[in-house]
Each structure stands twice: as C-alpha cells, then as structure tokens.
Ligand binder design. Structure first.
Ligand code: 5AD
Length: 365
C-alpha cells in the first residue's frame, strides 16, 4: 500500500487503480488517511480555513432528485433573505472572526445578476472578507459581472462525473452545461470549487474514481466531497446513505492526487458520522464551513435532514470550530485562506476589490 500511496501523487493511476484505494478498509484505510495527512501538512501546512456560509434563499428552480430544496418539494416553506440582511450578516461574520463568507442559495432568479453584484460590492467595500458565491448555473456574462464586482471564489459541484448517472439524477439540467460553467469560472479567474456526492444510488467505485480525475483535470482549487443523505420528500428518499468511510477515502485520495487543493471537512459527513469533521481533518481536509445563517431560517434550508450544527450563534460556532482545530494540533487560518495557486495583490482602485487574490501562484499541476 505505501508504495502505491506514494504513486498517487503526480499519478497516472487510472480509474481501476483508484477504485482499489477507494475501497480500502481497516488498516489499509488508516494508512491511506495517514499518508494524506502527511501530504496535507507538507503541501499546505497546519492551517484550517474557516468559511461562514450564509444560506440566503431556499427557492430553487431545479428538480435534482437528491435535493430537499427541489422546486417540487411542496412541504417546504420558502424564504429569501433581503440583500440588506445578507450584507449585514456578512459584516457581523467578519466581526465574529470569519475571513470568508460563502453566499449560497438554490437556483433563484429573483437574485438577478445586478442584485448579486451589488451585494458583493457592498461586502467588499465594507469588509476585507473573501467572498465566495455558490448560486448555481448562470450565463458567462453574469459570472463575469460578479468577478468584476470583487467575488473571489465560486462553488459549483459537478455532482457526478458519470454522464449516465448525471442524466438519471437531473431531470432538468445537462452534464455539459454544468462543466461548461466550471470552465468559464476558471477562465474568468475565480478560485473555483467543484466536488461530488459519495454513495449516490447507482454510483460505482469506478465512477467515483472518475470524479477524482475530473477534479484534477478541471484544475479547480477546491473540492467539496460529502456523502449523499436521502431526503424523504425526494424521489431518492428511500435510498441508502453514502458511506462515511468511502467519503474519507475519497478525501484522502484527492489530497494525494492534488496536494495543494482546498478540501472541506463537510457538514454532511458530520451528520452521518460522529466526529466526521475531525476524521476528515485527519484524512487530508483543511477547511471547515460553519453555518452563519440567522437561526430562524436554518431549518428551512433542508437539502438533507438532520444537518449537523456547530451552534445556533455564529460566534459560538467559531469558538467550537476553533476548539476542534486546536485539539487536532492544527491552527486556525488568520487570513482569507486563498488557494495557494493565487497571490494576493493590493486593491485595484475603483474596483472595490480590497486584498484581491489573482491567479499567479506557482503551483505545478
Ligand atoms: N445529500 C448530500 N448532499 C446533497 N446535496 C444536495 N442534496 C444532497 C443530499 N441529499 C449537495 C449537492 C449540492 C450541495 C449544495 O449539496 O452536492 O451541490
């Protein structure tokens, strides 16, 4: 195993080769995670980056079969935070110690390109936060507008790299469109995050190996990898959950495959497995994303049920996450936690982009 673990870095391992690692259990899995932990320390050090997520709208125009926010779910009370409230939660998050906010929602066209751009400009003008958007597929021009407004990062998971599985799970979206969006985001200069779910019904280890290779080939800076959790109000409500161990193996393989990548210890993993975040931190992860959404909205952002929480108050969550990070002998990132493939430049006059990160870091892929 050790020899071959070493081979994952800069690898030409194919899908079958990866499938063997993904299937590891017991002592083999422990060794894989330990190797990934070592690779993480060597490539990106001890910092764990804390990103506060603001789930600002649970309206969604898509019907993805796995997601509780799909527009067909009629048992859900929909909400939309106002742009003023979103900006003020972001400012509060900065005061509470967060250095990045992630603005996430369902695909909600109420938030026009201009409204989103305006929120980004206001947050960048009022704080030195890094701003991540995670609001789905949009035209290239809108992504460009948001990048010009100062948005640093964009998360758009590819969900699955298998065309057939993608088609079966997404009645109203296209595999090629999603990947085109990811390429646009990269071209426009966003620090871009992709990622996938583990344990989707019908997903094989070879398909998952394909996810890892796609993440590498897209050249993205981040990858969110979490287990699938069935939501009873969706067509997949009676399917089985993804395996926590398989999820940890996928995180570890990604760390070995792309040593400098940003990898979150996901809430979905914590939801399924006690100490899931801690175990992910030990298997290659270096990001944690506490929920900073005002408590009154949280129960309604139900992508999957029983979502693990770090506390109802964003300061409490920051304190708890700090304890977790320090108890693992790690450090809390005290900068915006940009991808090492980016360098921070001074603000560009008139663009509202304080401490903007731009491509240019020397990371060999
Ligand atoms: N279980 C786990 N993750 C899910 N997501 C959506 N539905 C589920 C589910 N049932 C993930 C998708 C999406 C992100 C916002 O949440 O990967 O991109």
């Amino acid at each position: 195993m050790s020899d071959t673990c070493a081979r994952i870095t800069g690898t030409d391992l194919d899908r079958l080769g990866f499938a063997v690692y993904l299937a590891a259990t017991g002592a083999k899995a422990e060794e894989l995670h330990a190797r990934a932990d070592e690779a993480r320390r060597a490539a990106v050090g001890t910092d764990v980056h804390v990103r506060g997520i603001i789930e600002f709208s649970n309206y969604c125009e898509r019907g993805c079969f796995y997601c509780g926010l799909r527009h067909e779910t009629d048992t859900l009370t929909r909400y939309r935070m106002s742009p003023d409230e979103i900006v003020s939660v972001a400012v509060e998050a900065r005061e509470a110690g967060y250095r990045t906010v992630v603005l996430q929602s369902g695909e909600d066209s109420w938030f026009t390109a201009e409204i989103v751009a305006d929120m980004v400009r206001r947050i960048k003008a009022e704080t030195d936060l890094a701003v991540t958007l995670s609001i789905g597929e949009r035209p290239r021009e809108e992504y460009a507008l948001w990048h010009d407004a100062g948005a640093d990062r964009y998360l758009l998971k590819h969900e699955t790299a298998d065309r057939g599985l993608y088609r079966r799970l997404h009645p109203d979206s296209e595999y090629d469109s999603r990947q085109r969006c990811l390429r646009w985001l990269m071209e426009l200069g966003f620090q871009t995050g992709s990622g996938c779910m583990i344990g989707l019904p019908g997903q094989t280890l070879e398909m998952l190996a394909g996810d890892l290779l796609l993440i590498r080939d897209l050249g993205v800076h981040m990858a969110g990898v979490g287990p699938f959790i069935p939501h009873p109000a969706t067509p997949l409500g009676r399917a089985e959950s993804g395996s926590p161990n398989l999820t940890l193996n996928a995180v570890a393989c990604l760390r070995l495959l792309i040593p400098h990548i940003l990898l979150p210890a996901t809430t979905a993993l914590e939801t399924l497995s006690e100490n899931g975040r801690r175990r992910a931190l030990r298997a290659g992860a270096n990001v944690i994303m506490p929920n900073v959404t005002p408590f009154e909205y949280r129960a309604r952002y139900e992508i999957y049920p029983n979502k693990a929480s770090l506390g109802r108050d964003m300061r409490e969550a920051f304190a708890r996450v700090t304890d977790l990070i320090l108890s693992e002998g790690r450090t809390v990132g005290d900068d915006p936690g940009h991808s090492p493939a980016y360098t921070v430049t001074p603000s560009l006059p008139g663009r509202g982009t304080r401490g903007r990160a731009v491509p240019g870091g020397e990371i060999a892929r």
